[in-house]
Design a protein around this ligand. Structure first.
Ligand code: CTP
Length: 492
């Protein structure tokens, strides 16, 4: 059976699913898939359906009940099960947080891809998941104590930290981050992290206030400077009721992708190239509580940043406000407005290439109010005065430090090619990735903006190349390959 992603569940269903998943030590997606798989079988099917049939069956089963939105990534089962981590040794440090249950699923997924997984658990982690479960899934002893010379399995923290190809901390709590940022070593997890000579990947998970606390931000910046990689956290609902924001641990599959990218030893065509990518919408404030925005999810821009990083590029992503995690292996700057995005992009020059995927708001209010605008009886709605935002692509396309390759996007609802060609000339781009964002595009109920699929045409001075409809990840991989090809042809 393929993998499914569960989104937009009604709150009560989501809570039930979360509890069931936590009790079984699996992810919410896994639990939903099992429930649906069972109902498919009990409905009389001879065998669990696969691929497209499964997708259609799940849809027909759950759609009448509402609340579920399930999609199968266009990834074949064989692709998901490929031994991408064959013979790799992962040391997984599980910190104490509710997200620890997802780490059990992570162990399973890593082993499925051929990795061997050794687990270290902090004492707080053992309040959330048991060493028994982690040991059963990793098929190895689980290490918990710094001083346990009587333990027949004791291999010592130095060996533990060196006998791995990669150390992964998931969930990385605020406490574990603070320890490593400041060089503390007072338990097995922190000692192993300090003693290692291997790469470290952190998947933070904590309450949004803890994540946005200046101390945590400082610790993260310190660790990034020390070369430690991060995946997530994402925005979303927290396990605690009525808590939402940035702090949810990245999903196991996202962590697996980050691990695969970090351990990939194939020669990288974009190694040594700096590439700027913009992604997501911009928010233009009206007053402290209201803003002008658009439907961009950031999925396509983030996927392109990740695909370029996979090819070895030093990717600098400038992202507007989105609800998805920062891509692994990418340095991300978060901005709100078009003006902030332009400043951030300019501060990242010089670069070898720049890809402008963001759906930048064309206008902003001339004077955003410092106070909340109140309704006044009989006065009617306020007249918003708008001014034009800077065109970031156009300014970089004609900049004194213009990158060697400049790629723009064109979101159009009519005359796709004509408008894209006009933007190519006006904005000084080398090519424009044109997509039809009208409902007539035929792409899913949510369309291109916010959806998972895209159909694009590559418009350049030499002509128009039409790509078939595909997932946004596939568009990203193909575009990254095209950028690598163009940059290789560029004399440096
Ligand atoms: N873009 C930009 N800065 C802006 C507006 C757009 O960098 N202020 C970039 C987008 O990231 C994209 C390209 O320009 O790469 C085209 O964006 P699009 O919204 O399609 O076009 P606009 O220039 O905004 O024109 P219009 O809305 O009239 O189609």
């Amino acid at each position: 059976m393929g993998t499914i992603t569960v989104r937009n569940l009604a709150d009560d269903v989501k809570q039930k699913l979360r509890e069931r998943a936590a009790a079984r030590g699996v992810s919410m997606e896994e639990e939903a898939r099992d429930i649906l798989g069972k109902s498919v079988l009990s409905a009389g099917a001879a065998a669990a359906p696969e691929g497209e049939t499964l997708y259609a069956t799940i849809r027909s089963l759950v759609e009448p009940h509402g609340g579920f939105d399930i999609a199968l990534p266009r990834r074949s089962q064989s692709a998901a099960n490929r031994m991408t981590l064959s013979a790799k040794r992962i040391l997984l440090i599980i910190g104490g947080g509710i997200a620890a249950y997802k780490s059990l699923d992570l162990i399973r997924r890593l082993r499925k891809r051929g990795a061997s997984v050794r687990v270290v658990m902090t004492s707080a982690a053992q309040e959330f998941v048991t060493t028994l479960s982690a040991g059963a899934l990793s098929a190895d002893h689980v290490f918990t104590d710094l001083f346990d010379r009587n333990d027949e399995h004791d291999v010592g923290h130095i060996r533990l930290s060196r006998d791995a190809d990669l150390l992964v901390v998931a969930p990385a709590t605020a406490d574990l981050m603070a320890k490593l940022a400041n060089g503390h070593a007072n338990d097995l997890a922190s000692t192993v992290l300090l003693a290692t000579d291997k790469k470290v990947l952190m998947a933070p998970a904590m309450n949004p206030r803890m994540w946005s606390h200046p101390a945590t931000r400082r610790n993260r910046a310190t660790m990034q400077k020390d070369g430690i990689a991060f995946v997530g956290p994402a925005k979303g609902e927290m396990a605690e009721s009525n808590e939402a924001g940035e702090g949810r641990m990245a999903e196991p599959l996202e962590i697996v992708a980050a691990i695969e990218a970090m351990l990939d030893e194939k020669p990288k065509p974009l190694a040594g190239r700096r590439i700027i990518v913009t992604s997501g919408p911009t928010h233009e404030p009206i007053d402290p509580v209201r803003y002008i925005a658009n439907r961009s999810s950031g999925k396509q821009g983030h996927a392109i940043a990740a695909a370029l990083a996979k090819l070895g590029a030093d990717v600098r992503l400038v992202s507007g406000p989105v609800n998805i995690a920062d891509p692994a292996g990418v340095k991300t700057t978060h901005v709100e407005t078009a003006v902030e995005m332009k400043d951030a992009v300019e501060s990242l020059l010089p670069a070898d290439a720049a890809v402008f995927v963001a759906a930048v708001a064309d206008w902003r209010t001339a004077n955003a109010s410092g106070e909340k605008i109140k309704k006044v009886a009989g006065k009617g709605p306020p007249a918003l005065q708008m001014v034009e935002n800077p065109d970031i692509l156009a300014s970089i396309g004609h900049h004194a430090q213009r990158p060697g390759l400049v790629v723009g996007f064109a979101a159009e609802t009519q005359d796709l090619i004509g408008n894209a060609e006009a933007k190519l000339r006006k904005k000084g781009a080398d090519f424009i990735v044109a997509n039809d964002v009208s409902h007539a595009s035929g792409i899913g109920p949510s369309g291109v903006m916010g959806g998972d699929r895209n159909k694009v045409r590559i418009v350049s001075r030499t002509g128009v190349e039409e790509w078939p409809e595909m997932g946004k990840d596939e568009v990203a991989a193909r575009l990254a390959a095209l950028i690598a090809e163009r940059l290789q042809a560029t004399v440096v």
